[in-house]
Design a protein around this ligand. Structure first.
Ligand code: KG4
Ligand code: ZN
Length: 393
């Protein structure tokens, strides 16, 4: 669970400055919890290869407004390596973050004084980058005398839909990104039950690896989608885990099957690449549809028939139109409303971090300056380990 309640945290630092520094964050929390005034939060995202900063306002009635959202992609720096290089990412965050924050505050039309709290992604992710964001966030919070909030990046993906859609708890979340593939019940802020995860590769990772073996550039998801648009989904590929009772995923076998089909056709023509892409994408859509239907059943079992039926899709892979079409079909068939945030909020950004910070602040959930950056940080620490070869989530 991200963060702790104010009652559980020791505030800030000990020493000569402590009186001043303690009183201001406390005042901010008191007004956040009692006032009808809106909360304005600066968010920082550095968990992977996007350096991002954003200012978000949450009004007393719970509505969100993005005042600015700056995302500086490092894609160019990593493209040559076919994936994100952690050390290059961390160094690039150091180079880019200060300017991104300055720009976000300026574009919001505010001064730093108007910021009620600073939220930074503190995990899970590449720890070098996380340390850059967390340290910068703490320094700004300390300088301003405002609360600091260490945000779980996955919680931010989970809560983003509430920023753009009128959405109450609970709901079912399908989180599909480069690093994560999970089906979770979102019961409330900080309350998650994991239903399914991947036993090997994350969905976005599978797209990236598939693209690489077809000779397409990184990131592979959009490339596969583009190629698939002019291909035929006729090459037989397996659908691992279909029909299994637990809504887990396994994608390594699909990737291996794709490799075999590609080798059998080498050297690949443009049409081969398009057909293999379309076939891969169709297999993924079938798998995700089947696993999600299983999660619908578990969701109803856990929460009863009267619980709100909403499926939220988050993470970079949610941008995939074929996947979205498959989810629309299964959601409609099972009476679930499908909520997909706009693509710029599905991929990594800092507005989701700021929004999560505002949600947490409104409940008095802040962190102290010893909050660590965490490479691993499961949303549901009680979830039993999934049995599989290379479990990541
Ligand atoms: O959420 P995200 O921006 O970053 C994290 O991993 O946290 O997700 C990036 C992933 C990459 O693996 C990328 O290939 C995939 O999302 N992706 C897509 C599409 N757009 C991005 N996968 C399939 N279809 C897409 N259109
Ligand atoms: Zn992400």
């Amino acid at each position: 669970m991200a963060g702790t309640s104010p009652a559980m945290t020791g505030y800030w630092i000990n020493g000569p400055l402590s009186e001043v520094l303690q009183s201001r964050p406390l005042r901010a929390i008191e007004s956040a919890m009692s006032d009808a005034s809106p909360l304005t939060v600066l968010g920082i995202e550095t968990s992977c290869d996007e350096t991002a900063a954003s200012v978000v306002r949450r009004s007393a009635d719970g509505k969100g407004e993005i005042l600015s959202s700056v995302v500086r992609s490092q894609l160019d720096l990593h493209a040559a390596y076919g994936g994100v290089v952690p050390e290059i990412a961390a160094r690039a965050h150091v180079d880019l973050l200060d300017a991104a924050i300055k720009q976000a505050v300026a574009e919001a039309g505010l001064g730093f004084d108007a910021i009620d709290a600073v939220a930074a992604a503190a995990g899970p992710g590449l720890v070098g980058g996380l340390i850059v964001g967390v340290t910068t966030g703490k320094a700004i919070a300390l300088g301003l005398g405002r609360p600091f909030i260490a945000v779980n990046h996955l919680e931010a993906h989970a809560l983003t839909a509430g920023l753009t859609d009128d959405l109450d708890f609970p709901y079912l979340l399908l989180l599909v990104s480069g690093g994560h593939t999970q089906l979770l019940i979102v019961k409330d802020v900080g309350e998650y039950e994991r239903l399914g995860t991947t036993l090997d590769d994350a969905l976005g990772e599978a797209f990236d690896k598939a693209a690489k073996l077809l000779g397409l550039p990184y990131p592979g998801g959009p490339e596969i989608e583009r190629e698939a648009a002019r291909g035929r989904p006729t090459i037989p590929l397996p659908r691992p885990m279909l029909g299994r009772p637990e809504p887990h995923f396994s994608l390594a076998g699909l990737k291996t099957a794709l490799r075999h089909e590609a080798l059998a056709r080498a050297p690949l023509s443009q049409q081969d690449i398009a057909d293999l892409s379309a076939s891969f994408q169709a297999a993924v859509a079938d798998i995700v549809g089947d696993r999600t239907v299983r999660a619908f059943e578990l969701y109803r079992q856990r929460l009863g028939p009267d619980a709100q039926k909403a499926l939220v899709v988050a993470g970079g892979v949610a941008a995939n139109k074929r996947l979205k079409a498959a989810l629309e079909l299964v959601a409609a068939a099972h009476g679930f409303r499908l909520v997909v945030p706009p693509p710029e909020l599905c991929t990594d950004n800092a507005a989701m971090i700021a929004w999560t910070g505002a949600m947490r602040l409104s409940r008095g959930l802040i962190d102290n300056l010893s909050a660590p950056a965490r490479a691993r940080w499961p949303l549901d620490p009680d979830a039993p380990p999934a049995i599989g070869a290379g479990v990541k989530a």
